[in-house]
Design a binder for this molecule. Structure first.
Ligand code: NZQ
Ligand code: ZN
Length: 389
């Protein structure tokens, strides 16, 4: 393992059928005023909204609604949410939705009383909330699987004017205090979102797997998570109402990005930097922005991490060894690509509305990370985007 670390994850999880009953235990811990945050209306159509309202009422809460959180939440919406949270005197933010809703709730939590422009403070200067800052506690009821936002400090916000989409990973104080994970709540997801979430999970694991050269327990854990993910994705793709598969996907997503598997390791995150830049320019679905750039990126960095890519091919994709380690590695990526195509993921930027004239701008919005097998130059970023087109 690399270096020393501390590990603490403060989020309490309620998992499984009827997990929403966990709210009866959690809600009494907070004051009366609840900012009830949700997205574009899916929770009203699938009945989750009514269940949550009934529980909030039963616990004697004053409900202040903040709906309309869009996928890829924006700085404008964040400003609106901060205003609502202050007016409500919110004692708790209850986020009911996918990663966008959970991320937004965390952003409101740290921004409502921060006294300065949160975009500049948290997403450009990457500052932490000051020690005496008033943070509003967040709880989540998850309805979409993929981001891991339910058990981490991540919050990704889009600045449309600046064409930047940036994530800040906050510390323990900003993690959800609790999250409700009922796999049945994900049944109503459109197929496009389900598979986008599945690839988001895969990408989170690979961002943490493709780095380092040491013998590391985290890598073995990730291989197990990937095998479960691939298996359950195939079942859910055939039968979206298969509880076992949907529950496995939900649990894998949480473990993929609750910081556990990153411990004792370098991590990469360049696929996410590319995907977020694409998102900033197109507003495309997060998981699809990742699938569209992944194959070009991984084939580009394979020569710098051949041994790990060969291990991935063997341990995750069960491909027969080639004559050389590089051939084995390439076969692994071919198997991954075939799986992605079968699932129906976006495999090109063109499928997301990107045109050649946008590539320079997307490259300019791409942050460069240095934890993976190759730190990309500007030219390489452009080359990968071109190959992804
Ligand atoms: O808005 P509603 O009407 O609820 O519809 C949503 C939205 O259109 C719909 N949906 C969610 N649950 C549903 C449902 N539709 C029917 N039935 C349900 N049960 O799905 C659409 C997408 O929702 P969204 O929350 O945007 O998806 P996701 O969970 O993928 O979140 C994406 C955001 O999370 C960020 C992404 O960048 C993006 O902004 N990320 C957050 C991370 C973190 N906190 O650690 C890490 C990730 O890498 C990611 O960057
Ligand atoms: Zn992601």
């Amino acid at each position: 393992m690399l270096g020393n670390f501390t590990y603490c994850n403060p989020t309490k999880l309620y998992f499984g059928k009827n997990a929403l009953d966990g709210l009866k235990e959690e809600l009494p811990k907070y004051g009366k005023n609840v900012l009830f945050v949700y997205g574009g209306g899916s929770i009203k159509r699938n009945g989750i909204y009514d269940k949550v309202v009934a529980l909030l009422r039963a616990c004697g809460k004053n409900i202040f609604e903040d709906g309309g959180v869009m996928p890829n939440p924006t700085t404008e919406k964040l400003a609106e949410g901060c205003e609502r949270a202050r007016r409500a005197g919110a004692d708790l933010i209850l986020a009911v939705g996918g990663g966008s809703v959970c991320d937004y709730a965390k952003a409101v939590s740290v921004s409502a009383y921060c006294g300065e422009d949160p975009w500049e403070k948290y997403f450009i200067r990457f500052e932490e909330p000051s020690a005496d800052a008033k943070l509003i506690p967040v709880g989540c009821v998850l309805t979409m699987v993929g981001t891991g936002s339910e058990m981490n400090g991540g919050s990704v916000i889009t600045n449309r004017a600046q064409k930047m989409k940036i994530g800040h990973v906050f510390g323990e104080a900003v993690y959800p205090k609790f999250s409700v994970l009922d796999p049945e709540f994900t049944y109503s997801l459109p197929r496009y979102q389900m598979i986008a979430g599945i690839y988001d999970i895969m990408s989170h694991i690979l961002e943490q797997y493709f780095s380092g050269t040491d013998d590391n327990t985290s890598d073995y854990v990730m291989e197990g998570l990937l095998r479960s993910l691939i298996h359950s994705a195939e079942i859910a793709s055939e039968d979206p109402l298969d509880y076992e598969a949907r529950s496995n996907l939900m649990w894998t997503a949480t473990w993929a990005l609750n910081t556990f598997v990153a411990k004792g390791k370098d991590t990469d995150w360049e696929v996410h930097m590319l995907g977020q830049a694409v998102g900033a320019h197109t507003d495309a679905t997060h998981g699809m922005t990742l699938s569209a750039v992944s194959m070009a990126y991984y084939r580009h960095i394979l020569p710098y991490g051949t041994h790990k890519f060969a291990r991935y091919a063997t341990n995750v994709w069960n491909v027969p060894a080639g004559e050389t380690e590089e051939e084995t590695a390439r076969r692994g990526l071919d198997a991954m690509e075939a799986w992605m195509r079968k699932l129906g993921l976006a495999m090109s930027l063109g499928a997301l509305g990107v045109t050649r004239d946008m590539l320079e701008g997307i490259a300019a919005s791409t942050l460069v990370m240095d934890g993976g097998y190759k730190t990309l130059t500007r030219e390489e970023i452009l080359e990968i985007l071109e190959k992804s087109l």
